[in-house]
Design a protein around this ligand. Structure first.
Ligand SMILES: [Zn+2]
Ligand SMILES: [Zn+2]
Length: 287
């Protein structure tokens, strides 16, 4: 790698697409803020309801509101915020957003303890292989953001009240109450961190966003057996489009092929060879 100047060297970890809104379908778009995606579901044409999926990195609330207003217009708040899970990089902007828009926040009941202040997520695994970002993960806040008064459970029948036509699918592993969202009509998938299209554990790949379909971010995934069966479930849906929590959206043959490969070779491709959350029987065969 080339030597960088001192100013470049101290730039924050930001991916190359940071700041752009990318439209996957007319009513499905995402904003990459630093390293994480937030998703806008809904037709931007006036009069249509829309929903925000996930709420980005800490301090990103203002940016998310700004981009949402560019897309949907001012004075057009979302019907709700829907969360794939409650990790800090998916709810970091939520307090600022809820101050502006007093809307319900839907999350799986198993994530609620982390959103009401009653529990903290397990500490990130700094022993996991995978380079610098994992080593820096001790800097990640694990204290919960408290949004009790706005919180709603996702109903057991699989529907997503503010998102007609979509259903939620329990995809635990990365976190116990992790969910993905699927629309049968066009097989669009919002996968959260059940699988992602950039390796979050390699700083270089986070910055360049080199596209690669892989399992959930390693240093925050406590249950690899559940993570594997979640990928199997999602592969079974044969999604035509996938927006993931990190990395670019994927679609078509590339998505089908890479998701199927991840499903069939999950242990080798996704599970770290060592790490405090990795049990012997979950390990891959080396790489
Ligand atoms: Zn996560
Ligand atoms: Zn994430």
């Amino acid at each position: 790698m080339e030597r960088s100047s001192s100013t470049e060297r101290y730039q924050p970890v930001t991916s190359k697409n940071s700041g752009d809104v990318v439209e996957v379908l007319p009513d499905l778009a995402y904003l990459t803020d630093q390293i994480v995606n937030v998703i806008f579901v809904g037709n931007p044409e006036p009069g249509n309801p829309w929903v925000l999926v996930d709420a980005g990195m800490p301090k990103s609330g203002g940016k998310i509101i700004e981009k949402a207003e560019e897309r949907f217009g001012k004075d057009r708040p979302p019907e709700a915020i829907v969360l794939t899970h409650g990790h800090f990089d998916h709810i970091g902007g939520i307090i600022d957003i809820l101050e502006k828009w007093h809307v319900p926040v839907y999350a799986h009941p198993l994530e609620h303890p982390y959103l009401t202040g009653s529990e903290n997520y397990p500490d990130p695994d700094v022993t996991v292989e995978g380079g610098m970002l994992a080593k820096l993960s001790f800097l990640f806040p694990t204290d919960p953001i408290v949004i009790t008064e706005f919180l709603e459970g996702l109903p057991e029948d699989g529907t997503v009240p503010p998102l007609p036509g979509w259903r939620w699918i329990h995809t635990p592993g990365h976190s116990a109450g992790h969910v993905s969202f699927f629309r049968d009509a066009d097989r669009a998938l919002i996968a959260g961190d059940a699988f992602v299209t950039v390796r979050q554990d390699q700083l270089y790949k986070v910055m360049t966003q080199e596209k690669e379909l892989t399992g959930p971010p390693r240093y925050l995934t406590p249950d690899w057996t559940a993570a594997e069966s979640s990928v199997h479930t999602l592969n079974g849906l044969k999604p035509a489009y996938a927006v993931t929590g990190h990395g670019e959206a994927a679609e078509g043959a590339w998505l089908t092929e890479h998701l199927d490969t991840l499903d069939r070779h999950f242990k080798e491709l996704a599970v770290p060879d060592h790490g405090k959350y990795v049990k012997d029987e979950e390990k891959g065969n080396g790489r």
